[in-house]
Design a protein around this ligand. Structure first.
Ligand code: ADP
Length: 453
């Protein structure tokens, strides 16, 4: 009855005025008809009903406010219905914005987790608030366990603590971090209200590449310095020499020629290596490996000047798919090493055969052999077992590095078997998919056997 609202106004003030008007109007009417006592009774009963309504709804509101998230908002009449529905709307808006913020936070954390670098957020006290999995891996942090811990408890390194407090713009480099062989670069970035962001990056590969580059430049300079010193020394001698001393002149010119040839070989090998490393696409030709073996035998005999016994064996007619120039240069390096390192009277055997489905080119020699510790490093640029022996033989120290690159480009591998005093065997294994049946000569084409047989 109190909610009877025939005019349909919805303002809370109008509701209240309307109800009071109803009560007082009704009471006045009863007073007029039944007298003052009856009016007083009606007024008291109305006041009691209204007060109970208020009290009941206040109790409902209090009960709901104790756990608004878990309880449904109460339902009521009149002005209370409006209060409750407004509260419900505010609550729903709050929930929506909380869900939106949680979603944004989740997206931010996912982006942080996908970063290739480590990111950690520290509060004012230097305690971990959040970090991504890369940071967890770098510093052996378990976010569940270590959230809220001061980072300096977890990263116990005096340099690190100092760097954290100094907020240095330069990154801190941690070499061989915790004996793992990793090199980390750690940058502290202050932000917000005295908070800090730690960005950590694994720079092991960059450092390694830098060391290789530095060593390479040092090696090239060293290799060029010796022949240049010899040539410039002879030029000085020639300047102060009597023109008549033709024997000395001839000897000096010969030595200068040898040294310049050495520099030329070095520069050529360097250029070959840089071409191979530049990642140019491989020229896919049909390479006649049996013919290369025969030509390598002739080259070896020419180099050996009849000082070695040289033999070649071709057990398969198969060809190889790849670059003729690159393969010729790589296989020549192996044969030339065998001849250069094998003393006179020694033996060099070249072979081309099929083994376990792979095409195997091998060069075996009866030379000095190589100790096992050197074998894994032989294909490094400028790595030599015996420096003076290599230089005397005209070696640049780059031959096997070139071989390695060429073979990589052909998905082939180099196998080195060697024992000091017993000689060496360098074998190149070409995978099955690189092997080709030799072309069928035109006049026998009609009766050609099947490819690969
Ligand atoms: P180099 O120009 O010095 O020969 P390589 O890269 O071709 O450079 O070879 C690297 C090193 O491997 C050589 O210096 C040598 O010590 C060793 N080596 C290569 N081939 C042989 C071999 N057939 N017998 C013994 N040692 C070898």
């Amino acid at each position: 009855m109190l909610d009877w609202n025939p005019l349909g106004f919805s303002s809370p003030r109008f509701h209240l005025a309307w109800r009071l008007a109803l009560i007082f109007g009704g009471t006045a009417l009863v007073g007029l008809v039944f007298g003052a006592k009856a009016a007083l009774v009606v007024l008291s009963v109305s006041a009691l009903i209204y007060a109970s309504h208020m009290f009941f709804n206040t109790a409902l509101l209090r009960a709901w406010l104790r756990a608004p998230d878990t309880h449904e908002i109460p339902d009521s009449l009149g002005i209370w219905s409006e209060i409750f529905s407004r509260l419900y709307r505010i609550l729903r808006l709050n929930k929506q914005s909380a869900t939106r913020i949680a979603r944004e936070l989740d997206r931010f954390q996912q982006a942080g987790a996908a970063l290739p670098d480590g990111i950690a957020l520290l509060n004012k006290a230097g305690e971990i608030e959040w970090c991504n999995p890369v940071t967890q891996a770098h510093f052996a942090i378990d976010l569940e366990r270590d959230r809220g811990q001061p980072i300096t408890y977890l990263v116990r390194q005096p340099d690190f603590a100092e760097h954290l407090n100094a907020s240095n713009a330069e990154p801190l480099i941690l070499h061989d971090w915790r004996g793992s062989g990793l090199t980390l670069s750690v940058q502290i970035v202050p932000y917000g209200d005295a908070q800090k962001l730690i960005v950590s990056r694994d720079i092991t590969q960059i450092e390694r590449a830098d060391t290789v580059r530095r060593d390479f430049v040092a090696n090239v300079s060293h290799e060029l310095r010796t022949p240049l010193t010899v040539v410039s020394g002879f030029l000085e001698t020639l300047e102060g020499m009597e023109r008549s001393d033709s024997k000395m002149l001839g000897r000096s010119i010969q030595l200068m020629r040898e040294q310049t040839a050495r520099m030329q070989r070095l520069v050529e090998d360097l250029l070959t290596l840089s071409r191979l490393e530049s990642g140019q696409a491989l020229q896919e030709e049909h390479v006649d490996l049996p013919a290369i073996v025969r030509s390598l035998q002739r080259e070896a005999e020419h180099m050996s000047k009849r000082q070695h016994r040289i033999s070649a064996r071709v057990d398969t007619p198969l060809w190889v798919r790849g670059s003729d120039t690159e393969l010729h240069s790589a296989l020549t390096n192996l044969v030339s090493n065998a001849v250069r390192y094998t003393p006179p009277e020694g033996e060099v055997r070249i072979a081309w055969e099929i083994s376990d489905g792979e095409g195997v080119f091998s060069v075996e020699d009866s030379g000095p052999g190589i100790e096992a510790i050197h074998i894994p490093r032989l294909t490094e640029r400028f790595y030599r077992v015996d420096k003076s022996r290599s230089r005397e033989g005209g070696g640049t120290g780059l031959g096997l590095a070139i071989v390695k690159h060429v073979l990589q480009r052909h998905q082939a591998r180099l196998d080195i078997q060697s024992e000091p005093g017993k000689g060496s065997r360098f074998a190149v294994h070409f995978p099955k998919q690189r092997l080709l049946a030799p072309p069928v000569p035109a006049h026998t084409r009609s009766m050609a056997p099947a490819a690969g047989s």
